[in-house]
Design a protein around this ligand. Structure first.
Ligand code: GRF
Length: 210
């Protein structure tokens, strides 16, 4: 976690309410003044800063983080606005037990500055994706997505804010499904058990009667 921590807050709130039947064991940030650390402390959750620059390699940095996570008996690692690519050391230690939120509809627009990329590329819809983390950048099996329209007068900030509202819904939902043991990875696909019925609804932008 390295940003303002609003996704972290949504996870904490949903564990406190009982929607997620699990607790946040520890919060780790690579940024010493990340507001998420304060959010953790306010909820009596251990908060740690790990300075990337204190380690000779990215693998050493990740090994240290894995050690902290194991010492807190962490089952699922939640990357909530964590802006670093995790190495194989991390992935191997928590294979299929790391999830990330990404503010675009993967596999479109992986990487950084993706809200602006959606606007610049003229996309009519964007959204957010929760996915398991694998060795690639934003490439792992997709758990859940939410779609929002891209409006003609959108700026990065207005689109990012519209997407963030949905992040705060689908990220806790994905964590809840994981905690319930309902997520099964089958190749590139994530299957939910027992199956859920999804409304066969279509979104069209601009509307057909335009
Ligand atoms: C979110 O849009 C997340 O998807 C992206 O960075 C933003 C972090 O927001 N990676 P926050 O720190 O959770 O408020």
């Amino acid at each position: 976690m390295s940003g303002s921590g609003s996704n972290l807050q949504s996870i904490i709130d949903n564990t406190n309410s009982g929607y997620i039947d699990a607790g946040v064991a520890v919060v780790i940030s690579n940024v010493a003044d990340a507001y998420g650390l304060e959010r953790a402390r306010l909820h009596d959750i251990p908060a740690k800063v790990v300075d990337f620059l204190s380690f000779p390699t990215r693998e050493d940095y990740d090994s240290h983080i894995v050690g902290i996570l194991n010492s807190h008996e962490v089952d699922l690692v939640i990357l909530a606005g964590y802006m670093k690519v995790v190495t194989k050391v991390f992935i191997d230690a928590f294979r299929n037990r790391i999830i990330n939120i990404h503010p675009a509809l993967l596999p479109s627009f992986p990487g950084l500055h993706v809200q602006q990329k959606a606007i610049d590329n003229g996309a009519k819809f964007s959204g957010c994706t929760v996915h398991f983390v694998d060795e690639g950048v934003d490439t792992g099996p997709i758990i859940a997505q939410a779609v929002v329209p891209v409006l003609d007068d959108d700026t990065h900030d207005t689109l990012a804010a519209r997407i963030l509202i949905q992040e705060h819904k689908i990220f806790p939902m994905a964590v809840r499904l994981y905690a319930q043991g309902r997520l099964k990875i089958q190749g590139r696909r994530v299957v939910i058990t027992p199956p859920v019925s999804v409304a066969d609804e279509v979104l069209i932008n601009p509307p057909l009667n335009t």
